[in-house]
Every structure is written in structure tokens, then in C-alpha cells.
Design a protein around this ligand. Structure first.
Ligand SMILES: Nc1ncnc2c1ncn2[C@@H]1O[C@H](COP(=O)(O)OP(=O)(O)OP(=O)(O)O)[C@@H](O)[C@H]1O
Length: 369
């Protein structure tokens, strides 16, 4: 397929398109028994294709305003992006107003389930370290190595899936571009993932790949500590993971962050992960390293840059307040669906028309403390 965006001509490979009947048969008519879960984009079903491939079928729940060819063009972009640490997109289905995406099925569910779900899966230290590295490599590919640069926008533990060998695969990349970003949907997603949001994106909608670096830092700390980024059942000083991690770091007790359920742990690796995570979550995007440097620091190929300033944490955040604010804002947001890119010094700057500002004050970011 060839398409023209006003300045450049793109040649894209048309992705594999499945018939609705095939997916209906493969999921037993989208039987509730096969339902894997439901995310912001819609329900996801486990299915089996006629060639015996196990798949996850994602039904986009809000009809896209995009025309068929634009939808196919976007899918083609995502399908062209392939890496060991990204979930493989097998193809799509477009029939009438139905839009479905078909992914490889990953046996071991998501990282958040493994870390803070029912913990049927135990992740030892070396597995956790490899997961950190794998996620960092997947993001490096998306940001710096793939044909099209992609900012994921929603890096979090539930968007990292684990295959049968516990190799991490980043899911949902590129989806934000595809989706008909109704404001209600976006506000749900922003509210739902607040703990991973980079301050500049939360406050100003300023989106670069450094927002993903921030999200990675939060995930890395969750992997080391085995707890989620915010847990109100813990003692006051431990509720916010970033705040607690910084406190321990300042007191030279960084390794106390390590999950107590781990019987053994490689301390130098754990220290590296924590220090890199604190760098990744700096308030200023310029202080956050690019993902290729993160990989090099984690693997010990280069020294970890010393971190001297605290991360940008949202200490005073109240989830109920944020939901109220975001819902109220949703009705008044702009409806321009276009996304503008400009490129400078090799960095893709993306001003996100779907961004809903979050009512965050400087004190919430810990500034001036
Ligand atoms: N390729 C896949 N293989 C196996 N399970 C999957 C796959 N993709 C999604 N799932 C499961 O389906 C459920 C919903 O996933 P989905 O990615 O739609 O939402 P989410 O990541 O939980 O939330 P959000 O949309 O807010 O990011 C999750 O439990 C996830 O583990």
C-alpha cells in the first residue's frame, strides 16, 4: 500500500487481515470463558487459530473514526516493529464498524500479576534482572532503533507480558495512535496510570520518549521491591515507592528496598537497578538517560551516572481527586484528532492532542522541598 501524508510517500506492507468469522470461531464466539481481561481499549479473549496458533484477540470497544485505510496503515506501522521484547501483532480484522487486533498469546500473564497479584508465579532475582533488561531493550528498540519511532505513553507493569520462559514483552505500543481517543477513554487511562506518569506529561502534555523512560524507572523499582508504586496499606513513609526509594538512597540504605520474599539477590545488580531507576524518574526529562544508556548501565557496560537529585514523585496525589478533575475536564477538551510531530536534534517531539492535563501542583512533584 502506498500513502501520502502531505510531504512524504510511504510504502507499507498490508498486515494480515483475519475474517471476523475466523476470530469468532477461534474464541468460541468470544465466550466469557476465554476472556483474559479488559483494558482501556476493550476486552481481550484467548483464541486458537485454525493453524493451531494461540492468540489474544483485542476487541477495540469504541468504534474508531478512522477510515479503513488509515486504520490499516497504522496497523502496518505497528506490525513492522518487531523485537524479542515486544508482543507480536499477527494482524487485524476490520469488518463494518468492528476493529480487532490479533496478538501472539503469552502464557504467563502480565508482570503486575506476577509481582503483586496472587503470586502463583515466583520471580527470583535473576529472572527479575533479566525482565528489567528485556523491557529496557524493548524500549530502546521502540525509541532508537525501529524504522518508525514510537513513544509508548503507557509503560507500566500491566503492559508487560511474560512468555512461557518469562521473557518480558511490551504490549499496547502504538495503540494510542490507533485509537479513537474519546476524552472519556483517555481520562480513564490517565487516571488509571497516574503512578507511572512523567511530571511534564502529566502537567503540560509534553510527550517525548523520556516519558517512557520515567515509566520504566517506576516499573524497575516495582520489580526490585515486589510492590506497586503506591500502596496505602503500608506505613506512611513507604506508601509512595519513589519517595521511599529516594529516602533509603539518601540514608545509604538503598538495598532495603529489595523484596524481602527474595531469599537471594545479586546486590551489585540490585543496586544498579535502583540507581538507574532513580535516574530514570528525575523530574527534569534532560536528566533521564536515553534507553540505550539504561541498557548499558544495567548490564554494567558503563558506570551508572551518580544520582544527586530526588525523583519527580506525586506525593500528595489523591486518586479520587484526580478522577473527579479528569472527568470534569473531559467534556471541555479539544476535539482535534491530529497529532503533530516535529523533529529536533534526533528527538521526536510530540505534542499530544489527546492529552488531558492533570491538576498537579509543583508541591505535588516534591519541588521546593
Ligand atoms: N497477548 C496477550 N497474551 C496473553 N494475555 C494478554 C495478552 N494481551 C492482553 N492480555 C491480558 O488481557 C488483559 C487485558 O489486557 P489489556 O492490555 O487490554 O489491558 P491492561 O494492560 O490490563 O490495561 P490498559 O488497557 O489500561 O493498559 C490483561 O489481563 C492481560 O494480561
Amino acid at each position: 500500500m502506498v500513502f501520502y501524508d502531505g510531504c512524504s510517500i510511504f510504502v507499507l506492507f498490508i498486515p494480515y487481515t483475519f475474517s471476523y468469522a475466523e476470530l469468532k470461531a477461534g474464541t468460541d464466539d468470544f465466550s466469557p470463558i476465554n476472556k483474559l481481561g479488559e483494558g482501556g481499549f476493550g476486552p481481550v479473549y484467548k483464541g486458537m487459530l485454525s493453524d493451531a496458533r494461540a492468540v489474544a484477540v483485542k476487541q477495540l470497544s469504541v468504534a474508531s473514526h478512522q477510515g479503513k485505510s488509515q486504520f490499516v496503515a497504522e496497523i502496518a506501522t505497528i506490525s513492522a516493529v518487531q523485537h524479542r521484547n515486544l508482543v507480536k501483532l499477527y494482524g487485524c480484522c476490520i469488518e463494518g464498524d468492528k476493529r480487532l487486533l490479533v496478538y501472539e498469546y503469552l502464557e504467563n500473564n502480565s508482570l503486575d500479576q506476577a509481582l503483586f497479584g496472587n503470586k502463583t508465579l515466583f520471580l527470583d532475582w535473576s529472572t527479575r534482572f533479566e525482565i528489567c533488561l528485556g523491557v529496557a531493550r524493548g524500549l530502546t528498540y521502540l525509541h532508537e532503533e525501529s524504522r518508525v519511532r514510537i513513544v509508548h505513553r503507557d509503560v507500566k507493569a500491566s503492559n508487560i507480558l511474560l512468555d512461557s520462559d518469562l521473557v518480558p514483552k511490551i504490549s499496547d505500543f502504538g495503540l494510542a495512535k490507533l485509537y479513537d481517543d474519546k476524552k472519556t477513554h483517555i481520562s480513564t487511562r490517565v487516571a488509571g496510570t497516574i503512578g507511572y506518569l512523567a511530571p511534564e506529561y502529566a502537567m503540560r502534555g509534553h510527550l517525548t520518549e523520556k516519558a517512557d523512560v520515567f515509566g520504566f524507572g517506576v516499573v524497575a523499582l516495582e520489580i526490585v521491591s515486589g510492590r506497586s508504586n503506591s500502596d496505602s496499606s503500608l506505613e506512611d513513609d513507604k506508601v509512595y515507592l519513589l519517595e521511599w526509594a529516594w529516602q533509603l538512597h539518601e540514608d545509604n540504605r538503598g538495598l532495603e528496598l529489595v523484596d524481602p520474599s527474595l531469599s537471594t539477590c545479586n546486590e551489585s545488580e540490585a543496586k544498579r537497578v535502583i540507581d538507574v531507576a532513580l535516574l530514570c524518574t528525575q523530574t527534569s526529562p534532560n536528566l533521564r538517560p536515553p534507553m540505550s544508556r539504561v541498557v548499558a548501565m544495567l548490564s554494567g557496560d558503563i558506570e551508572v551516572t551518580p544520582v544527586t537529585t530526588k525523583p519527580g514523585y506525586l506525593t500528595d496525589w489523591k486518586f479520587s481527586d484526580s478522577t473527579t478533575f479528569l472527568s470534569a475536564d473531559a467534556s471541555t477538551s479539544n476535539t482535534d484528532q491530529s497529532t503533530q510531530f516535529s523533529s529536533s536534534a534526533g528527538t521526536t517531539q510530540l505534542s499530544d492532542p489527546n492529552y488531558t492535563p492533570v491538576n498537579v501542583s509543583a508541591s505535588m512533584l516534591g519541588e521546593g522541598r
